[in-house]
Ligand binder design. Structure first.
Ligand code: SOE
Length: 410
């Protein structure tokens, strides 16, 4: 099969549309690529979008694999070089779902070529790269080109509701943030050395991969920025078998081994710009915890608690309730009045992981059509990158306090 032979699917949109098309070119087709493909396919079918996404092409280096992915995930065409996406006039937005070491190069080239960009998290592998990306995004924005970083959990309805409660003042003055992201997919020391365990590709380990999510979420929900941290990191298994084949988060182990060059777990304390204090824990060694992203916020007027393993629920305590019956109430976040919920099923029928990505592209397309800058912006991604760097720097200096410089937190 020739590298660029089209998959037989003449109409990439699959529905008749009178709306303007927004041509999407996606780079990468593994776990995140599958999640984003699902989002692009589904968003126009459940939400009344101002533009209709057209899944024009997916790019990846392995010709057979990228063609198979195009077919499986619903892309009209496969390309073996992401640069081909930038040359296509029918691609208006580049969606980056590759490991972190390629984000900066692809995003900056796409922005310079006048394409909108959605970039997976963490924004980059270093603060320097993230700064260059923010500069490219600012240049592009002056010409109406938009960019967004993919912190998808902001779009979980229960999280969006928690943020709404904070904005409405229902939690009063925020004092505490307790954030955890607990996974266990590498507890087994014979699990292979996949790219997420390679500093050159991933930038860091649990810290950047899942710690970045809780940093972003905590700041988003309470509306305050982290101003300083004291961190601790650990690598429990320092040598692992090299993978022979990988698929998403799973992989087959070969006979040779190599060094793990990232953290397995990261903990840190933080201060926030509005006076709150926080504790953060990101680990891939929390045996039995699969995707336990947890956030608890305590304020003078009440508290909220969330656990992604029960993602349709937000726990809320109103401190003004009669003390005799005050307690956490369990809000099932599936009412039409709840964020994003009206587009889906009747109350109580529930949403899943993939819906957060659908909501992400819904908000992005809406911003592009409205000519406004979507959030989280590349500048937001850079700020998270600075927090990650501060945690690493503190961990490397026996947990010494590291303040984010004045202006860095802006
Ligand atoms: C692996 O830890 C991972 O896939 C992350 O990379 C994602 O961002 C998270 O949503 C689920 O876990």
């Amino acid at each position: 099969m020739a590298d660029t032979a089209p998959v037989v699917r003449p109409d990439p949109v699959g529905v008749a549309t009178k709306k303007p098309l927004l041509g999407i070119g996606m780079v990468g087709y593994s776990f995140m690529g599958a999640a984003h493909s699902q989002a692009w396919r589904t968003a126009p079918r459940f939400f009344d979008l101002p533009m209709t996404p057209a899944m024009v092409a997916v790019a990846g280096r392995d010709p057979a694999a990228v063609h198979a992915a195009a077919d499986r995930l619903g892309w009209a065409r496969a390309e073996t070089d992401w640069r081909a996406l930038l040359e296509r006039p029918d691609v208006h937005l580049v969606d980056i779902c590759t490991p972190g070491d390629t984000h900066a190069e692809i995003a900056m080239a796409a922005l310079d070529a006048g394409k909108h960009v959605l970039c997976e998290k963490p924004l980059a592998n270093t603060v320097d790269e993230a700064e260059a990306m923010v500069a490219a995004a600012a240049r592009a924005a002056s010409g109406g080109v938009r960019s967004m970083v993919g912190f998808n959990y902001r779009r979980v309805p229960a999280i969006a509701l928690a943020q709404r409660f904070v904005v409405e003042g229902r939690l009063g003055e925020i004092r505490h943030v307790r954030a955890q992201y607990l996974q266990d997919w590498i507890v087994d020391p014979s699990f292979p050395l996949v790219w997420r365990l390679d500093r050159a590709k991933a930038g860091s380990g649990a810290l950047g991969d899942i710690g970045a999510h809780i940093i972003d979420l905590a700041q988003f929900v309470i509306g305050q920025r982290i101003t300083g941290v004291s961190g601790l990191t650990e690598t429990f298994v320092t040598e692992r078998p090299l993978p022979t084949a990988t698929s998403g988060l799973s992989a087959e182990a070969g006979a040779e081994t190599g060094p793990v060059t990232v953290d397995d777990a990261a903990l840190f304390m933080a201060r926030f710009s509005g006076g709150a204090i926080g504790s953060f824990e990101a680990t891939r060694f929390a045996t039995g915890r699969k995707n336990a992203l947890r956030l608890e916020v305590n304020g003078s007027g009440g508290s909220i608690a969330f656990d992604f393993e029960a993602m349709n629920v937000l726990e809320y305590l109103d401190n003004d309730d009669d003390p005799a019956d005050t307690g956490f109430r369990r809000i099932l976040v599936t009412e039409p009045s709840h964020p994003y919920a009206a587009a889906w099923w009747p109350p109580g029928h529930g949403l899943g992981y993939e819906h957060s990505f659908t909501h992400e592209v819904v908000d992005l397309v809406t911003s592009i059509a409205a000519g406004t800058d979507p959030t989280p912006s590349f500048a937001d991604g850079l700020q998270v990158q600075r927090v990650l760097a501060a945690v690493e720097s503190s961990a490397n200096r026996a947990s010494e306090w590291v303040a984010l410089r004045e202006g860095d937190a802006a």
